[in-house]
Design a protein around this ligand. Structure first.
Ligand SMILES: Cc1cc2nc3c(=O)[nH]c(=O)nc-3n(C[C@H](O)[C@H](O)[C@H](O)COP(=O)(O)OP(=O)(O)OC[C@H]3O[C@@H](n4cnc5c(N)ncnc54)[C@H](O)[C@@H]3O)c2cc1C
Length: 322
């Protein structure tokens, strides 16, 4: 019997949406291991999000220390490993976000644990299904070490529902915070009032067919009307039309919003790998034969120059009539 330690990312007083998928995974894993789910919050200000975490996990461990203000895998990994050992963990997980992918291999090394990354399904106590070849095939992997480290894909695990009663919150000390030679220099982040791409319920993405960065303004107008995050294909980010952190796909962010707009995106397999878990997909493309229409729930065969302004105008009318 072992517990499942779910490393949870948070923002302010709330867990990130991606963390709720990790907790959903952790519940499934805990059933196989017979233990409890322990949500682990690490970082300066982590205490603020503990009440939210306790709605989803029977135990919450908080490591809140000013020295952890800037995320570094070098400083966070020993803490995750120490908490895992102290809590009899047989599974340690974090959502396969940029942080999760950076942190967990190091945690696995510290715990001498085998790791299954980017998993899509729990198939038993030590057996997991994960996509390979850009999602064209799935492989089943079995981990043979006593402790297992996993990064589940957000798009494959529906956000955990709240528990009937809140869990208990305990704290643990950060101990020596040693960056092991690494140094945090600065964070260059795009400031935006829009939701985080991986947390957003609606995402509006544009592709190479938008032609210029300037043309993305019309998509931004649509996004702001819908309270959506902005995304893009790699062709658009590589061409410098929009920031690189908008990229959705195999080598970008994996998203699974309720509503995903793919505008002037062909639907290459590497793009689909990042968004095909979206609940409803709307594609706007001038070429009816593009693969994006194979995954779209609603397809509009049209030039975006005509379709998107019309859509914006209809949404505005609808909003005004309410
Ligand atoms: C290892 C690897 C990793 C990759 N990772 C990613 C990834 O993470 N994310 C990703 O997106 N890609 C990724 N790619 C790139 C991917 O293979 C495609 O090249 C890319 O997704 C294409 O982007 P696109 O659909 O915007 O461009 P295109 O394929 O050029 O499609 C443009 C689309 O716009 C449409 N269009 C043009 N004009 C208009 C108009 N006026 N109105 C309406 N529609 C119009 C066209 O019909 C076309 O469908 C990766 C590739 C490799 C090899």
């Amino acid at each position: 019997m072992g517990n499942v330690i779910a490393f949870c990312e948070f923002t302010g007083a709330n867990l990130r949406t991606s963390a709720l998928s990790n907790l959903a995974f952790a519940r499934q894993a805990a059933q196989h291991h017979g233990g409890n789910v322990v949500a682990l919050l690490v970082g300066a200000g982590a205490q603020a999000a503990s009440a939210h975490a306790a709605k989803f996990a029977p135990t919450v461990v908080v490591v809140d220390d000013a020295k952890l203000a800037n995320y570094l895998a070098e400083t966070y990994a020993p803490i995750v490993a120490t908490v895992a050992k102290a809590n009899d963990a047989s599974v340690v997980s974090a959502t396969a976000t940029a942080v999760g992918k950076d942190l967990m291999p190091r945690v696995a090394a510290l715990l001498d644990a085998g790791m299954a990354s980017d998993i899509a399904k729990v198939d038993g106590k030590d057996t997991f299904v994960r996509p390979i070849l850009a999602g064209n095939a799935y492989s089943t992997v079995q981990i043979s070490t006593p402790t297992i480290v996993v990064t589940p894909r957000q798009s494959e695990f529906e956000a955990a529902a709240e528990l009937p009663s809140a869990g208990t919150v305990t704290t643990a000390a950060a101990g020596d915070v040693n960056a092991a030679g690494a140094e945090f220099v600065r964070l260059d982040a795009q400031k935006s009032d829009r939701p985080e791409l991986t947390d957003a319920k609606v995402v509006v993405s544009g592709g190479r067919g938008m032609k210029t960065g300037e043309n993305f303004k019309v998509l931004e107008e649509l996004a702001d009307l819908l309270g959506a995050a902005m995304g893009a294909s790699r062709a658009a980010t590589d061409a410098g039309m929009v920031p690189a952190d908008w990229q959705v796909g195999q080598t970008g962010k994996i998203v699974a919003p309720n509503l995903y707009f793919a505008v002037a995106i062909s639907g290459a397999i590497q793009h689909l790998a990042g968004m095909k878990g979206s609940k409803t997909i709307v594609a706007i493309n001038k070429n009816k034969d593009e693969p994006i229409f194979q995954v779209a729930d609603y397809g509009v065969v049209a030039e975006w120059e005509k379709a998107v302004p019309e859509l914006i105008s209809e949404i505005k009318k609808l909003k005004a009539s309410r």
